[in-house]
Design a protein around this ligand. Structure first.
Ligand SMILES: [Zn+2]
Length: 157
């Protein structure tokens, strides 16, 4: 009776040790899976912000109606203006990048106001740098990457 109890205890001990070993093997794998998932989610968010920034710039903060929405084709001067938009900036509105999150939020499609400007890993806000019409960048505070002037740094590797 006493011997049997001892064997059962040994069995239990072996099982506990085995579970411990398996867990220690699996945890790093689960952790990296999670990290990759969060990194990708983070990069997606930065990509969305980058697009908002470009839209903000293109429409001068919503003051200029995007090309697709203009229906009047009879006005040739307006058309000419649109065609030459890239080489000759519209002088009536100043196009600039912004680091103001509230301004960028206005560029979100309808119902997109729940979008977060934070890294999904720990909720720290993205670092947005904007210099007038010359430069903008979005960086993750956790080193998930950076988007400079609309180009993600992780795609150059
Ligand atoms: Zn991140």
């Amino acid at each position: 009776m006493r011997e049997r109890k001892g064997i059962m205890l040994l069995d239990a001990l072996i099982i506990i040790l085995a579970v411990g070993v398996i867990a220690s093997l699996l945890i790093p794998y689960i952790r990296t899976e999670r990290e990759v998932r969060l990194r990708n989610a983070c990069r997606n968010r930065m990509q969305i912000i980058s697009n908002l920034e470009l839209k903000y710039f293109e429409t001068a903060g919503g003051k200029i109606v995007p090309k697709a929405e203009t229906t009047d084709t009879s006005d040739t001067t307006a058309q000419k203006k649109l065609v030459n938009k890239k080489d000759k900036p519209d002088t009536s509105y100043v196009r600039a990048f912004t680091k103001n999150i509230d301004e960028l939020k206005k560029m979100l499609p309808e119902g997109g106001d729940t979008f977060d400007f934070v890294c999904p890993l720990d909720g720290r806000p993205f670092v947005i740098v904007a210099r007038d019409s010359f430069f903008f960048s979005i960086s993750c505070p956790n080193g998930h990457g950076q988007i400079i002037m609309g180009s993600p740094t992780w795609e150059n590797k």
